[in-house]
Design a protein around this ligand. Structure first.
Ligand SMILES: NC(=O)c1ccc[n+]([C@@H]2O[C@H](COP(=O)([O-])OP(=O)(O)OC[C@H]3O[C@@H](n4cnc5c(N)ncnc54)[C@H](OP(=O)(O)O)[C@@H]3O)[C@@H](O)[C@H]2O)c1
Length: 327
């Protein structure tokens, strides 16, 4: 039997290119050793962090990342046939494990689809939950949110609405705009490709906003900090996808004066810092899902062979909600 894996054969330079990632086959043994299990991928995650994180590794290497996998052969009593687990086993269709790297779903999923464990009830959802939590949102606050139709952003906006916050959201297509406006109920939604985001924010909130959740970085970060936050305003710096494909690092003029003069509170987030609290957050968010208060969308790419396209799609705004691959 053969497995497949996607191998990063050289560092991405600028936009990821087809020749950077290769689909390769590898042999799987006919027999397992005692204690081993053979797993088959069910759903695999593609996430923006994979682009900057790849710079810290030396190719060639199997692309890293999380997947939901099923036990299809076992010589380990802890993992009977059919057991479904979460694992950071990378972009592989099959792999052998002794069990130490396999995690069960850590909360009651109920009727919620399993694939949500890679999105709203997984790393991106935890990022939204704890990243918004850092802002301590209050009823009536105004929140500036970019990347608002993505895996993280769509959940940030909806949780903010649950807190009574007025959400000013930016997305990169009219389909995303319609979804955020009509289904998610964000208060103000704009396609940033058709408007000047800074002028737009100024019109809606001439006196500034209390909160900013930044998924994009670059010009957004500097514009919002310099022009659109109130005194004691707060920002969660979550991502900087605008710069992930830059060939050289951009150095922006310092925004420190604004930060100190308005006494802004700006905090980065690394979602794994909160890992012990994830199950509690997922239980709460799953209840919102069951109650219809939290809507989830996935862009599902069919087939393991399409992982590369799914990943590249993140950088051209192809996905609405969480991008996943169904193996
Ligand atoms: N700090 C953490 O622990 C943590 C954890 C998870 C994610 N993140 C970060 O959070 C951000 C969102 O992640 P996600 O998983 O939710 O991804 P996502 O929003 O589901 O997908 C990426 C989206 O980013 C937008 N985008 C792509 N290139 C862009 C560019 N050059 N300028 C502006 N927007 C661009 C596109 O949406 P549009 O069509 O709307 O442009 C695209 O659909 C990323 O920056 C990610 O690295 C951080």
């Amino acid at each position: 039997m053969k497995g497949k894996q996607w191998v990063l054969v050289k560092h991405f330079e600028g936009e990821p290119k087809d020749e950077d990632l290769q689909l390769q086959e590898f042999d799987l043994p006919d027999e397992l050793n005692d204690g081993e299990v053979l797993l088959e991928a069910v759903y695999l995650s593609v996430d923006p962090y994979m682009r900057p994180y790849s710079k810290t590794k030396n190719p060639p290497l199997t692309m890293f990342g999380e997947q939901i996998a099923k036990v299809i052969k076992t010589k380990n009593g802890e993992f009977p046939l059919g057991t479904v687990v979460l694992t950071m086993s990378g972009w592989r269709s099959h792999f052998i494990s002794k069990g130490q790297d396999l995690r069960p779903v850590s909360f009651d999923l109920g009727n919620t689809p399993l694939s949500y464990c890679l999105g709203t009830l997984g790393m991106p959802g935890a990022t939204a939950y704890f990243g918004l939590g850092l802002l301590q949102p209050k009823k009536g606050d105004k929140l500036i949110l970019n990347g608002a139709a993505g895996a993280v952003g769509s959940i940030v906006g909806q949780l903010a609405k649950i807190h009574g916050v007025e959400v000013i959201a930016f997305v990169g297509s009219d389909d995303k705009l319609n979804w955020c406006k009509n289904e998610l109920g964000f208060d103000h939604v704009f396609n940033y490709k058709n408007v000047n985001f800074s002028e737009t924010i100024k019109k809606i909130a001439p006196d500034g906003c209390e909160l900013f959740f930044d998924n994009v970085g670059g010009d957004w970060y500097h514009s919002v900090i310099n022009k659109h936050l109130k005194r004691y305003g707060k920002a969660t710096i979550c991502g900087s996808i605008e710069n992930y494909n830059d060939k050289t690092e951009k150095l922006y003029p310092a925004t420190n004066y604004k930060i100190l003069s308005l006494e802004l509170k700006i905090q980065g987030i690394i979602v794994n810092t909160f890992i012990k609290e994830w199950p509690k957050a997922f239980t709460e968010m799953n209840q919102y899902i069951q109650d219809g208060k939290l809507k989830v969308k996935e862009t599902v790419y069919d087939g393991f062979d399409n992982m590369r396209s799914a990943f590249y799609g993140l950088f051209i705004g192809e996905n609405i909600g969480k991008a996943i691959v169904k193996a």
